[in-house]
Structure formats: C-alpha cells, structure tokens
Design a protein around this ligand. Sequence first.
Ligand SMILES: [Zn+2]
Length: 188
Amino acid sequence: MTSGYDQLEMVADFFNTHDRRTRYEGDPGIEHLTEPSRLVEWLLQHQLIAKSDDAASAEELQLACVLRDELRKTIVNNEHDGVGEQVKLEQLTKSFQFGLMFHENGERLVPLHENAAKGLAQLLIIVYELRRTKIWHRIRVCTAKDCQWVFVDRSRPGTGRWCSMKACGNRAKNKTFRHKHHKSETTI
Ligand SMILES: [Zn+2]
C-alpha cells in the first residue's frame, strides 16, 4: 500500500504532464499528453492500469486533460488559474462509475471501467481519498508565474510557495530586493 505522500507525488506528476515552466518569453510550456498512447504510458507507469487495460481513445485523452485542468484549480495555493467551477468538476465525475468492494479490513471504491477510463477513475478515487484524509493541501503549485510547477510540500507547516527555495524562492526574493532597492534609489 502506498502512502498518502506517494499518492500526492503521483497526482503532482499528473498535473505536471502539462509542464508550464516558461523557458523563454511567450513559451506555452510542454504538453506531454499529446496522444492517447502517451496517456496509456503514464497510467501504466503509475500502475493505475494493468497491461491488459492498455488502450485509450481520443475521447479519454480529452477527458484526462480536462480533468487535469479542473483538478489543478483545486490546489489550495493556486493563484494562476482562478477559482475552479465546482459544478464543472462534479459534472466531469459523472463520466465515471464506481463500485464498492467489501474487505475484511475495510471497504474501498473501485472503478467500473476498462482501459484508460479505469485508470482515470482510479486516479479520481485517489484524489477523493487524499481530500478526505486532509492532506490535499500539501499539494502546491509554485507561486512563480513562469514556473507553476506542482510539488508536494513535506515540510512541517506544509505551506510552501516555491517548488525550490534555491531556484524560484531566491529568484522571487531577489526580485523583491531589486524592486525595493530601486524604489529607495528613486526617492532619494
Ligand atoms: Zn518554481
């Protein structure tokens, strides 16, 4: 059984399949889920589907991307995407069917699908559990506008703002410093 943090890392990786880091002015970032086979690859890699379910349709790929973008809006410190429409997210979940399995040590939700839809439904179950167990807030998006990398904050307060203090954190601090410095120069 994987821990909540491992699951958070996986969800962060799902968000980062749309890499929004800008390497040059006007860079739209990199979309990794460009075709159904790439989605299958990702789902297999994260063991959300088995080899026997390794197929995806164009519709499933589209659903994956919309789901990813809508879920991303629910990241608690996300200032880049605006507030998500809860209704839209709820509507999206209606594309999936779930069953309930009863075990000796508890019950769990299971997806009632095959192929890529099964993997996406499984991912949704994981998000649901992460939100229920109250560690969802530890999934964060980097505050730097030209980064927006999604990361998992394992620090004690769990309120990190930058994917890396070395890179984005210092960059932001230097910017503030330059800004203040510039201001004081002009007022003299
Ligand atoms: Zn960053």
